[in-house]
Design a protein around this ligand. Structure first.
Ligand SMILES: Cc1cc2nc3c(=O)[nH]c(=O)nc-3n(C[C@H](O)[C@H](O)[C@H](O)COP(=O)(O)OP(=O)(O)OC[C@H]3O[C@@H](n4cnc5c(N)ncnc54)[C@H](O)[C@@H]3O)c2cc1C
Length: 411
């Protein structure tokens, strides 16, 4: 029985490694094998967070944390009760990796180096004698009696439990072998991207950022608030990336061709902006309208909006016709961009779609189709906003899968 593993993990990424280490820690006698198709393990961890690895988010309330996931939020509300962001921070600290939070809530190793996480995982995998096989792409899994047969080319690996941690892929074929064993795959599409402005009307403002804007997809309820960055291709920044995640399915349906409205101000209501403009006109009639921006807007953006409203540089507030102020109001509150296409955000992207959660027991991460087969990470139809949420879903699902499998084994 020497070559029968207690646990075979398909995919040597974030979820696969985290499950292997935790399973080994819970049951040191367990024989664990990681099968990784590429020549390197943890390659996404390496490049993540611009090489710093945004390992989780500084949000330690399971319910609020789960609200950051456009897909899988309901399931995660339960799963985070068992293992959430705080548990991951504690886990890493116990293993000697100290973690810091940045002002926007993103959490990184204090080394600011993703290699710290990789070194930690590799050290533990070696210590627990986890076997790692590179260049091992799994093409099929079957179950005969109590044992799985996991196929890599012509080699068959046998195991008692199998964890599928193959990550996301925009390519439906990557999920073919899971479909062949009866798992329903929610069609995979991209999430987390920026928008391409067809008219390039704001290209001269590239690099300008508005700290608190509201973005809305015209004709829909999809809306977000936060910083918006003007780029040479269109719109980016946290509000835009968040919007891309929440509207991923809709935007795919319309083939990334849509109109976005930007409210550049902090005011929610158009009337409040109008009142502010009229008050300025009344109180400062002899001031040049272009002298200082209102609503805390960057001056260059303010100048651009004035130009679009036909306001001349030398005009005073008092002499600016209401017709132009109304146009300014329109561009402040409902600045329209015609979007055609998307661009990847800092190379970071995740897959919306994957293994349908209805066929997974969400208390254990076990397949309802093939008992003994478990899932963790982005292969599931779970994805979050940018900010450490995607790794957190991988850690949580991997931890719960490890706990369930090792509990069954030691019971
Ligand atoms: C550039 C980039 C930066 C990112 N930065 C962050 C960040 O800072 N914070 C954050 O929270 N999220 C980030 N993400 C998202 C995050 O990396 C993923 O959500 C996370 O890695 C998912 O973990 P996983 O283990 O499910 O999949 P992965 O980490 O992708 O691992 C899956 C592994 O399975 C292997 N595999 C696939 N198919 C097979 C097969 N058939 N047989 C054997 N092996 C197979 C793959 O080669 C891969 O190594 C980033 C994503 C990208 C692309």
């Amino acid at each position: 029985m020497d070559d029968i593993f207690d646990l075979i993990i398909i995919g040597g990424g974030a979820a696969g490694f985290f499950c292997a280490i935790n399973a080994a820690e819970m049951n040191p006698a367990a024989k664990i094998l990681i099968l990784e198709k590429s020549s390197r393990v943890l390659s996404k961890v390496k490049v993540s967070g611009g090489g710093r690895c945004n390992v989780t988010h500084n949000c330690f309330n399971p319910f609020i944390l789960a609200d950051h996931y456009p897909r899988g939020s309901k399931a995660l509300k339960q799963l985070f009760k068992i293992f959430q962001a705080n548990d991951m921070v504690n886990w890493l600290e116990k293993k000697g990796v100290s973690i810091k939070a940045e002002d926007d809530g993103r959490m990184f190793p204090t080394s600011d180096d993703s290699q710290t996480i990789i070194d930690c995982f590799l050290r533990l995998a070696v210590a627990f004698k986890v076997k790692i096989s590179l260049g091992s792409a799994v093409t099929h899994v079957t179950k005969e009696g109590s044992f799985f047969k996991v196929q890599v080319n012509t080699t068959i690996h046998e195991g008692r439990y199998v964890l599928v941690a193959t990550g996301g892929s925009p390519n439906r074929q990557a999920y073919g072998w899971l479909e062949s064993i009866g798992h329903v795959i929610v069609p995979p599409i991209p999430s987390l991207f920026t928008f391409n402005d067809a008219d390039k009307g704001f290209v001269d403002l590239m690099g300008v950022s508005c700290a608190s804007a509201a973005v809305r997809i015209e004709g829909t309820k999809f809306a977000q608030r936060g910083p918006v960055l003007l780029t040479h291709w269109g719109l980016s920044g946290p509000a835009v990336i968040k919007l891309s995640a929440w509207a991923a399915e809709h935007l795919h349906k319309v083939q990334y061709s849509f109109v976005i409205q930007v409210n550049w101000t902090e005011f929610e209501k158009e009337d409040d902006i109008r009142v502010r403009l009229m008050k300025q006109k009344e109180l400062h009639p002899t001031k040049k309208i272009s002298a200082a921006s209102l609503f805390g807007l960057p001056q260059r953006l303010w100048d651009k909006l004035l130009a679009l409203a036909g306001v001349e540089e030398h005009w005073l507030w008092g002499e600016t016709p209401n017709k132009n102020l109304n146009k300014l109001l329109e561009n402040l509150y409902r600045c329209r961009f015609t979007i055609k296409g998307k661009t990847t955000f800092k190379e970071e992207f995740v897959t919306c779609g994957g293994v349908d959660l209805n066929q997974v027991d969400l208390a254990t991460m076990e397949s309802k189709v093939l008992p003994g087969l478990y899932f963790a990470g982005e292969v599931l139809n779970i994805d979050g906003e940018t900010g450490g949420f995607n790794f957190q879903a991988a850690w949580t699902t991997a931890f719960i899968a490890a706990k369930s499998m090792m509990k069954e084994q030691t019971d």
